[in-house]
Ligand binder design. Structure first.
Ligand code: C2O
Ligand code: CU
Ligand code: CU
Length: 563
């Protein structure tokens, strides 16, 4: 009998066993080597799960980069699949960005090399292969990037990695009976932080910093602590906020990051939990009781997942003695922000999120942007270099989408006409666009990099939605004076753009010193001149709006519309 009780107790103890939180190793310096490989993890010992990882069985090392320093990253693909690696949130040229066009076939190495231009913040890297992002991320590839800079360094913040500064990648996964990862499933019932199930962390009794990433495919989290303890958000996706924001809940959608501080000094010797208060998530966010706006909008198996609409533990914190030189106070101010004034925007682009199937199954996707599904061969926007733009995101679907754009960070102007919450007033690269025809507007500037043929992506960061086509691409065009090569990814016959145009219309210069004539519909010549690689545009700013015809040398005539 005693034996049986003992066995029962140990069995219960085993069920509740906590695992030490995995803290990924760090890599830094001017050369970083990442090897993508297959691995195994015994999430459910003794059963073994097949995984993908970078330099290990799952996830990847945390890359510590310094602003204004150059880095070369050698990504060696030892996987059986082609993949890509995207540096989410980093402002790099499109050829270094690792989007779906920058593929790394098996056994090859891709070596992007760039100068770090970003603010100190928490970024991440993950695969981005067209239609396979979810597959490769779910199987395990993702890692943190921590950028440091001289501004952040001067603020008294916890920044000793793994001691008072902890990365927390929150993910959920679905497993089959053999404990293999199921990529497409609404039964993602296994909650893990840094690929650790039921994790605990011994954290010192002082101010500690958590760099929280929602690395999940679809699920939103509503983060807080036992007893509604107060914590402070200090950074959003792209950098520090103006000042620490006191809060008890932090909502994070897939792709989003936040850095938070919590003072653990009062809890020395105690244990408490970081929790996702899923019961408080409003409907029409993936993770709420209902994923859509109405009870009829269902996702198969969604209601069977106990995480949906319920609170659950993310991480158990055991507060232990403070370290030698602890941070004991919260900073009062962080960094200044100077968002671009709205009046400086050259254009507002409207992106409307739609469901491919209307009616009750609309919530199951696939979703589209402006009635289009992603097409690798279509460039959706040609953006003039250095353009300041407002993007207006309108969600006509019944579920919220976390919209992400590569290349830039943005400032949210408004959400349904109201200023965004304070924690969304910093630099962002992912923003939730609520359901119910909500409109989110942001402002950004397309600076530093241009390339007429290599695009950047924008997409929903719910990876299932992205893979199914809720994505588009843009190129930032060469500035004046730089030869515009034919855009191989767009219409091969593209000669003039933008067309319709308002101001300067760029010309694909076929040969040096070609002449051009612009005639109106009556045949009257209104403009003429020569083109070469340093003057490759026609200034149509003075022309009246209407239809014109452009003729180069003796080639055929092209129609041009002035708006
Ligand atoms: Cu984190 Cu285009 O993605
Ligand atoms: Cu990205
Ligand atoms: Cu979406």
């Amino acid at each position: 009998m005693k034996k049986l009780v003992f066995l029962l107790i140990s069995f219960v103890a085993l069920l509740n066993a906590q695992n030490p939180l995995l803290i990924p190793d760090t890599l830094s310096g001017s050369t970083i080597n990442l090897a993508l490989k297959q691995g195994t993890v015994a999430f459910y010992n003794p059963q073994v799960t097949n995984t993908y990882g970078a330099n290990g069985n799952i996830l990847g090392p945390t890359l510590i980069l310094n602003k204004n320093y150059s880095v070369t990253i050698n990504v060696n693909n030892q996987l059986p699949d082609t993949t890509t690696i995207h540096w989410h949130g980093l402002h790099v040229s499109p050829l270094n960005d690792g989007g779906p066009h920058i593929t790394i076939p098996p056994t090859t190495t891709w070596s992007p090399s760039f100068k770090v231009k970003d603010w100190a913040a928490t970024y991440w890297y993950h695969p981005h292969l067209h239609m396979h992002t979810n597959d490769h991320v779910q199987k395990g590839i993702a890692g943190f990037i921590i950028v440091r800079d001289s501004v952040e360094r001067l603020i008294n913040l916890p920044r000793t990695y793994g001691v008072d500064d902890f990365p927390l990648a929150i993910q959920t996964k679905a497993f089959d009976v053999n404990k293999q990862i199921v990529v497409l499933s609404a039964l993602d019932t296994a909650v893990m932080i840094n690929a650790t199930l039921k994790p605990f962390l011994n954290a010192p009794a002082q101010v500690v910093r958590f760099r929280v990433l929602n690395g999940s495919s679809e699920r939103a989290y509503n983060i807080g602590f036992t007893g509604n303890k107060t914590f402070f958000q200090i950074a959003s996706d792209g950098g520090l906020l103006t000042a620490p924001l006191s809060m008890t809940r932090l909502r994070l959608l897939p792709g989003e990051r936040a850095e938070i501080l919590i003072d653990l000094a009062p809890y020395n010797g105690q244990s408490f939990d970081m929790i996702s208060f899923g019961a408080e998530l409003p409907n029409a966010i993936y993770g709420a009781a209902q994923p859509g706006m109405g009870p009829g909008q269902v996702i198969p198996s969604y209601s069977l997942n106990p995480l949906n609409g319920n609170n659950f533990t993310l991480l158990k914190l055991n507060v232990v003695s403070a370290t030698a030189n602890p941070v004991t106070t919260m900073p009062t101010a962080l960094v200044a922000h100077n968002p671009w004034p709205q009046a400086s925007a050259a254009i507002t682009r409207t992106l409307i999120f739609m469901a491919a199937n209307m009616g009750p199954t609309a919530i199951q996707g696939p979703f589209m942007i402006n009635n289009q599904m992603f097409d690798m061969n279509v460039i959706n926007y040609q953006i003039p270099f250095n353009n300041v733009e407002i993007w207006q995101l309108q969600n006509q679907t019944p579920i919220a989408h976390p919209f992400h754009i590569h290349d830039v960070h943005f400032y949210v102007l408004d959400i349904n006409g109201n200023p965004p919450p304070l924690n969304e007033q910093g630099r962002k690269d992912v923003i939730m666009v609520p359901a119910g025809n909500s409109i989110v507007r942001f402002i950004t500037k397309f600076e530093t990099f241009y390339n007429d043929t290599a695009p950047y992506m924008y997409h929903c960061h719910m990876l299932t939605h992205e893979d199914e086509g809720m994505m588009g691409q843009f190129v930032v065009n060469s500035p004046i004076g730089i030869s515009i090569k034919e855009n191989a990814l767009t219409n091969k016959s593209l000669v003039l753009y933008p067309n319709p145009g308002t101001d300067k219309v760029y010309v694909k210069v076929e040969k040096q010193n070609s002449t051009y004539l612009v005639a109106d519909v009556m045949g009257k010549i209104v403009l003429s001149g020569t083109l070469n690689t340093t003057k490759n545009f026609i200034d149509i700013g003075e022309l009246k709006n209407g239809v014109y015809f452009v003729k180069f040398d003796s080639s055929k005539t092209h129609k041009l519309i002035k708006e």
